[in-house]
Design a binder for this molecule. Structure first.
Ligand SMILES: Cc1ncc(COP(=O)(O)O)c(C=O)c1O
Length: 449
């Protein structure tokens, strides 16, 4: 590794950091993380902090899982790459697909299509949804409905169903035929409805209205996160996803559950849809599938969709995929990661530690007026929305957000900013004392603000 001075000088010179302004990154270079152990990260200056971000909602097993690391190393020795495009396969991929299907069997998942990440998985589900309807003789079903505040990655398909205009406006025109419903977000919504159950009903009615307006026979799928992550950890009422499922069924619309964050135990259940008692038609996954140790995603296909493809003629061929779909090293990481996830029963710890973190943050909300809303309580996904005026709900300015972030970091916890929200998704292996460190560090951050 080059010395610290070289790394600091070149941090954002050649490297354009995703989701940042290139010049701002040069002026205020991002933290350089050089090492990690357990749930703690160390930066180039030797400062250590509990990683309340889990890398980027992905390092579910923490940074020190030797079983996954060994599986990756061993696979690199055996077969570092071979394509899985029609005509060839590899043992690691076959084994990984078996493990993933078994992991999600209770969600009705029967087939697995590997990708290189979450955006790829979303794109894959969207394409398969359109092809599914064509195969069934309904080629007019091409449109997508999604939720405002939803995040579905940055490919053109995902950006088109994305519900945050920051990820859209510079890249328009996006895919035609994508329409958005209000988010199940009691703190701010166009209905001024603070009761989550009533809000769920209102959005369900808006969905019905949109279907009537567009024509059901033009809509391919609804794509939604079971708990909205990047949009601020927005937790819908328990009735919401079942309501959306029922409406989809009544109108022949597929339900794609975007489980890139919520899959693999983060919500306290193995999938977000299962958390709400819903079986989706397809699921987009990534992140926790390898705990971030290797870039892998997967589009998961339910029985109803699989049956249509597998019983079709030549039109059912899937002309879609990536050079690194079913990459053997990634696949070895998947199999090891799932077996560790099950062995450690990470969902149970996610539920317990998530409740602790949520309670800790709720205590802080009583102490600081700048906390407008606290969201979570379903596993290890916690959001804090900050305001400069509580009555007017004025979003907190970014300078103050950055000061809170830096103070919390110096006090021992790395958190993530998403506009005026603090977002937390620590490894699912986090311990009780480590959660306490996060709460104390946030306390220091809010005190500084
Ligand atoms: C729900 C959801 N879908 C899709 C994506 C995109 O995944 P990736 O960044 O791996 O492309 C993300 C990323 O955070 C996500 O949270």
């Amino acid at each position: 590794m080059k010395d610290a001075n070289f790394l600091k000088e070149n941090n954002a010179r050649q490297l354009w950091h995703p989701m940042g302004h290139p010049r701002e990154m040069q002026e205020q270079p991002p933290k350089i993380i050089t090492g990690a152990e357990g749930v703690k990260i160390t930066d180039i200056d030797g400062h250590t902090a509990v990683d309340a971000v889990g890398g980027l909602w992905c390092v579910n097993l923490g940074y020190s899982n030797q079983v996954v690391k060994d599986a990756i190393s061993a696979q690199l020795q055996d077969l570092p790459y071979y394509s899985a495009f029609a005509g060839s396969s590899n043992p690691a991929a076959i084994e990984a697909a078996y493990a993933v299907q078994e992991f999600f069997a209770e969600d009705g998942i029967e087939r697995v299509f590997f990708t290189s990440g979450g955006s790829d998985s979303v794109e894959t589900c969207m394409r398969l949804a359109r092809q599914y309807h064509r195969l069934r003789g309904e080629p007019t079903r091409t449109k997508f409905i999604s939720l405002k505040k939803g995040y579905h990655g940055t490919h053109f398909g995902g950006a088109s169903v994305n519900g945050n205009n920051r990820f859209r406006i510079n890249y328009e025109p996006l895919l035609p035929g994508c329409f958005h419903l209000p988010a199940p977000y009691p703190y701010r919504n166009p209905f001024n409805e603070t009761d989550p159950a009533k809000l769920a009903q209102l959005i369900a009615q808006a969905f019905e209205d949109e279907i009537a307006f567009q024509g059901a026979n033009t809509i391919a799928a609804l794509i939604m996160e079971p708990i909205l992550g990047a949009g601020g950890v927005i937790v819908p009422d328990a009735t919401f996803m079942p309501l959306m499922r029922e409406i989809c069924d009544r109108h022949g619309i597929l339900l794609i559950s975007d489980e890139v964050i919520t899959g693999f135990g983060r919500t306290g259940h193995w999938s977000g849809a299962r958390h709400w008692g819903v079986k989706p038609d397809m699921m987009s996954t990534a992140k926790g599938i390898t705990s971030g140790y290797f870039p892998v995603g997967a589009a998961l296909i339910g029985g109803k969709v699989a049956e249509v493809f597998e019983s079709s003629d030549a039109e059912g061929a899937i002309y879609h995929g990536y050079t690194y779909s079913a990459h053997p090293v990634g696949a070895a990481a998947v199999t090891a990661c799932l077996s560790e996830t099950l062995r450690l029963d990470t969902k149970t710890n996610a539920a317990a530690r998530g409740a602790q973190l949520f309670e800790g943050v709720q205590r802080l909300a009583k102490k600081y007026d700048i906390i407008g809303d606290v969201r979570g309580g379903h596993g290890l996904m916690t959001g804090i929305e900050l305001v400069s005026d509580k009555a007017a709900k004025t979003p907190m300015d970014m300078d103050t957000m950055k000061r809170i972030h830096q103070t919390a970091y110096e006090a021992g916890a790395m958190v993530r900013l998403g506009a005026h929200n603090i977002l937390m998704s620590p490894p699912l292996t986090i311990t009780e004392p480590e959660v306490n460190v996060i709460v104390k560090a946030l306390d220091a951050g809010f005190a500084a603000a």
